[in-house]
Design a binder for this molecule. Structure first.
Ligand code: KIV
Length: 270
């Protein structure tokens, strides 16, 4: 969302403006007070406190075990350490699916922790929850296509939206927009479908594995920074931070062992 004037806080209307002016919107995940201000300094428009925290930070092999407590702590850290980006927090699995009241109670906790909006997965079946959140003043981002909280029902991470599935995704996108969602994540859907849905809705679409024609892009930060050996094919590795960090740690270990650290610059005798 590069523009000559950077707002002091990214608001929903700035995202709508970016879509209207075809300025790509940028979003990265963030889970802590160490990395969030770095992404803010890089100019990212939105920070997603994603339930990918389960895989990325907490050592789980899916998002399904992430709790509201996990999310509250992470949202608080990101909110305390940044000023400008819009902070979107994922409603974790099991905290909104039974209906609008459950969704509202869960979302309230994330908003009190410092989020500016929440994201939830699913389409038509989520409309009552989305409406209640929006009526209650909580901005909602939808999430369609591959929805990791349904990974077992979907048969694992795979492209969604081919054939009839594509028609459902269209209908879901329109229904979420009408229910008041301010934006939609489109994950792992064919680029052509993402392009058409992006044209058809007034609200911004944010793609991940959905091609170049969405209104913005989101990536899990540790993927784009090369923190792990493997990354999905839709990710570009913009750095090799994992290798750089391992290199730094190895040098530290060697320096302690060979006695070169601490050196004269690192301590005073008196
Ligand atoms: O939790 C997350 O990181 C997400 C992105 C994959 C969009 O939902």
């Amino acid at each position: 969302m590069a523009s000559t004037h950077q707002p002091s806080r990214v608001r929903l209307h700035h995202l709508m403006q970016a879509k209207a002016e075809r300025r790509p919107i940028t979003m990265l995940t963030a889970y802590d007070a160490l990395t969030a201000p770095i992404f803010e300094a890089a100019g990212v428009d939105m920070l997603l406190v994603g339930d990918s925290i389960g895989n990325v930070m907490l050592g789980h092999d899916s998002t399904l075990t992430v709790s509201l407590d996990d999310m509250e702590r992470a949202v608080g850290a990101v909110a305390r350490s940044t000023k400008r980006p819009l902070i979107v927090a994922d409603l974790p699995f099991g905290t909104y699916e039974t209906g609008p009241f459950q969704a509202f109670e869960s979302a309230t906790r994330l908003m009190r922790a410092g989020a500016h909006a929440v994201k939830l997965e699913g389409g038509a079946e989520r409309i009552p929850a989305v409406e209640m959140l929006v009526d209650g003043g909580i901005p909602v981002m939808g999430h369609l296509g591959y929805t990791p909280q349904s990974e077992h029902a979907l048969g694992g991470p795979r492209l969604q939206g081919r054939g009839e599935q594509g028609e459902k995704l269209w209908a879901d996108a329109l229904a979420l927009q009408e229910a008041g969602a301010f934006a939609l994540v489109l994950e792992m859907v064919p680029a052509q479908l993402a392009k058409e849905v992006t044209r058809a809705v007034r609200i911004p679409t944010i793609g991940i594995g959905a091609g170049p024609r969405c209104d913005g892009q989101v990536l899990v930060w540790s993927d784009m920074a090369g923190m792990t050996e493997w990354t999905p094919s839709f990710v570009r590795r913009f750095a090799e931070l994992g290798a750089a960090l391992e290199g730094a740690a190895s040098e530290y270990v060697a320096a302690v062992r060979d006695g070169s650290f601490p050196g004269p610059d690192n301590y005073r005798v008196q």
